[in-house]
Design a protein. Structure first.
Length: 253
């Protein structure tokens, strides 16, 4: 009569299984050690010590740190700024999804030439989203360039988002999944909302909880960097995993 309410997941069973299978797939492609021993990157001077002034030079320094953390050689990637949506071509793989037609970042998929990604200059104003875009686009290079995942795979983009969690950049992509902004000036006031990426905040919350479970982190210190919504979904997911004695999926061997 007075029993405690059992924890519930913020996502459907189907989506929970998709995340679990996605981690297993990435472990098969890259090795479970990439998740188990990944350094969780957080928005602190320890991981991003360079001053950020929205300049192209600051972008390159940030790009180099993200690439190295994801074990990709930044010298093998050409990085450019994307001025407008008019510069896009059918040969690009967009990162941005939502109401806007502009892409946050683009990867030029041509294995016969040097890897090339472009970053929309509109992302330069938000360092959190900028890191998320960089991590996602570098993820394309990890999965697509060596042909680990077919470009036309129906799960290509969401799996690429999951890869950012797998490699320790989930704080940035989860916090950037939904951005709400308000403005208030002498002349006008209002708000805007946009979605960045392919996974929802709920899915990221569960993915991060599964990530922590796989690594044996009962109380990960990095969870304090999650935005309010994602932190709530993470807490619910972690409680569900614990209540159901969910086994780990990956092993170091």
């Amino acid at each position: 009569m007075f029993g405690l309410t059992k924890p519930t997941l913020p996502i459907t069973t189907e989506k929970q299984e998709w995340v679990d299978n996605g981690f297993l797939r990435l472990a098969t492609l890259l090795g479970a050690h990439r998740l188990l021993h990944a350094t969780v990157t957080v928005p602190t001077p320890e991981h991003f010590p360079d001053p950020y002034d929205r300049s192209e030079a600051a972008l390159r320094l940030m790009f180099e740190r993200v690439a190295i953390a994801m074990q990709v050689n930044p010298a093998e990637i050409e990085l450019t700024l994307l001025a407008s949506a008019n510069e896009r071509t059918s040969g690009l793989v967009p990162f941005f999804s939502g109401k806007s037609s502009e892409a946050g970042g683009l990867y030029f998929h041509d294995p016969s030439s040097k890897a090339h990604i472009s970053i929309n200059e509109s992302q330069m104003k938000d360092p959190m989203s900028l890191v998320a875009v960089l991590a996602h686009e570098i993820g394309h290079i990890i999965l697509l360039r060596p042909g680990l995942v077919p470009r036309d795979d129906p799960d290509m983009e969401p799996l690429n988002d999951l890869l950012t969690v797998f490699l320790g950049f989930g704080i940035f992509t989860a916090n950037s999944a939904f951005r709400f902004e308000q403005h208030d000036s002498y002349q006008s006031q209002g708000w805007s909302a946009r979605r960045l990426g392919y996974l929802s905040e709920e899915l990221f919350g569960y993915a991060l909880a599964r990530f922590a479970l796989e690594r044996g982190e009962a109380k990960p210190v990095w969870k304090s960097f999650l935005c309010t919504n994602v932190a709530g979904y993470f807490k619910r997911s972690a409680a569900w995993l614990a209540a159901n004695s969910a086994p780990r999926l990956l092993s170091a061997g």
